[in-house]
Ligand binder design. Structure first.
Ligand code: P6P
Length: 313
């Protein structure tokens, strides 16, 4: 089933569907530019992270912004833009995005992707609507530019996946109503930061490492791609737990990942698939937004495993 048919059948909001279709069109352009190595941009600068923007970061951001100049979109925010870009004042939706997450992996040919969150204005002005918490998202998703180009999408009636059919140049339904397994024996964390972890994280990982002889009474496997969309895609496919906690370093006291265009969309997708997403203390989707680039700790995945982490002191 092509995504247009799926949206028309399951999402009655044509305006929202138009925004989703423009995001798909952006992803197709970005995907082809990655595979054809065709995205050179003259200049680069620093993004909100203080990282040097890579040409593909800028190309992806420009592609999305150009495609989203439609009547339905009131404003655009991205990791590559300092502030809010106001578009059509009569539009009802605000799009927040990480245009190319994981871009440090481009040279290594590791899967990277675009993450997006769509917030309705709900009668508010853009500067108020943008600070609604994650529960108010109308839609969220991410594209993975990997061996296949895929899309994980929710507009709060389950989480569904699609793949790009390169022959027809359209996204087609892969799986409807994805369910993340409640239990798992696989965790994802960057273990090179072990010396900076707080005690609860240390104890949780130590318990996993003790395997079936330890308190968990089962052996664990570990994966860490270093690309959020790749780790998330695996968790939607076979379960698992992803941890990017805050730690003792000053720069990571509030975590590393961004709340509005990374944690919130991923968390809505995860909850809609029966999983759980937390900052270590409360659900991500309940967190108050004070700044469009604010950071948060992010732990998400199989519900029972996230609860086990939360109960570890
Ligand atoms: P680290 C990529 O730069 C990213 O923002 C996420 O995609 C990924 O999960 C994380 O950072 C990797 O962080 O500290 O392991 O390099």
């Amino acid at each position: 089933m092509k995504i247009l048919s799926f949206l028309n059948e399951f999402s009655k909001d044509q305006n929202l569907n138009n925004v989703i279709l423009k995001l798909c069109s952006s992803a197709i352009k970005i995907s082809k530019s990655i595979h054809d190595d065709d995205y050179e941009i003259e200049k680069t600068s620093l993004n909100e992270d203080g990282d040097v923007q890579k040409p593909l970061d800028i190309f992806s951001d420009k592609t999305l912004l150009d495609k989203l100049r439609i009547p339905e979109v009131a404003a655009y925010c991205s990791e590559e833009q300092k502030g809010i870009v106001n578009l059509d004042e009569n539009g009802n939706f605000i799009v927040l995005t990480d245009p190319l997450d994981g871009s440090s992996n481009i040279e290594a040919n590791v899967s990277i992707g675009t993450i997006f969150s769509i917030i309705p204005k709900n009668g508010k002005c853009v500067n108020e609507a943008i600070f609604q918490n994650g529960n108010k998202q109308a839609c969220a998703g991410f594209f993975v530019f990997g061996p296949r180009t895929t899309l994980f999408l929710t507009y709060k009636n389950g989480t569904h996946s699609f793949f790009l059919n390169n022959k027809s140049n359209t996204f087609e339904l892969l799986q409807k109503n994805i369910s993340i397994p409640e239990y798992t024996s696989e965790y994802a964390i960057n273990s090179s930061y072990r010396r900076f972890w707080h005690k609860n994280v240390l104890n949780y990982i130590e318990n996993c490492l003790k395997g079936k002889d330890g308190p968990r009474k089962k052996d664990f496997n570990m994966r860490w791609v270093g690309s959020l969309v790749a780790d998330a895609s695996r968790i939607f496919t076979r379960g698992g737990i992803f941890l990017y906690p805050d730690d003792k370093r000053k720069k990571n006291k509030d975590g590393r990942l961004r709340l509005t265009y990374e944690a919130n969309p991923i968390s809505l997708l995860v909850e809609q698939a029966g999983g759980k997403a937390t900052n270590g203390k409360e659900d991500i989707l309940n967190l108050t937004i004070n700044d469009i680039h604010q950071r948060t700790p992010l732990i998400f995945g199989s519900k029972e495993e996230v609860d086990t982490f939360l109960n570890t002191e």
